[in-house]
Design a protein around this ligand. Sequence first.
Ligand code: UDP
Length: 330
Amino acid sequence: MAILVTGGAGYIGSHMVLELVDQGQDVVVLDNLSTGFREAVKAPAKLVVGDIGDQDLVATVIKKYGVDAIVHFAGSIVVPDSVADPLGYYQNNTVNSRALMEVAVASGVKKFIFSSTAAVYGNPEQVPVSETAPLAPMSPYGTSKLMTELMLGDVAQAHDLRYVALRYFNVAGADPAGRSGQSTPRATHLIKVACEAATGKRSHIEIYGTDYPTEDGTCVRDYIHVSDLVRAHTAALDYLNAGGTPDVFNCGYSKGYSVADVVAAVKKISGVDFSVRMAKRRAGDPAAIVAGSDKIRATLGWEPQHDNLEEIVSHALAWEQQLDVVKQAS
Ligand code: UDP
């Protein structure tokens, strides 16, 4: 029996693979390496290079490795890119997920974990936002993920497939042991961008919007350490293995930090006073979004271990610094 991790060569997926391998599970990764890295998948996990939309390939992989659960990370994740390229996002996140689900059902895979997003809520009326809040994505990215959640709901009704959809808030940080981190070139996510500025890879960073209806005028997000997020997935797998029914959980700490708070934390931890420019709002950004996390704690027994912005930043920074060392050595 093996677990298929789609997108396992990417940022979050590679951390998941490390955790599953640490648990002694058999893992096979399917990744087209469009944003992932071959080196991120370390033995004994196996890497198959290909698309999740390639149904013949997926069926072959499921059969060859005896896959009985799929953890589906592969997808596109940049909100402003989705505004510029909605059809690309619907193809990659929605159409290809449908293709993957179809093979899962046809091949008899009964457990499915899906990487969803807080973006399904749009700009929630209340924060922290609970899983029962209205779903009103503000970007094609959020809609593309919500459509997959809806499909999974229908598929689970019709077929013998149980799923957990995890709605990620803002994932950041790196493996505390330094084995993986975020390596994406042309990064757009705030903590990564700020760490790049702190390590001299960028001359400055921009804050997108200072006129939001928040305490300091910048957007508020709930930043979750990638290791805690991974443990939400292993808890979800345990839940499905124990016969758990299909469900949806927020993944966040129920704590909000503004963009200005994050920038201050990166400056403090790095000791570098990099340049910060105020810029106009970015398309598709909600003002404030913070996770209600009661449900995941109660149902999956999930308890965070790295619920600390400075720890998240210090792990992200350590990874950024070691990326420089690797680059200089090569
Ligand atoms: N942000 C920013 N400057 C940057 C990158 C991001 O001001 O260089 C802001 C962005 O507008 C949002 C927050 O930081 O309010 C988090 O954005 P990110 O792209 O990290 O994640 P998202 O919430 O879009 O998934």
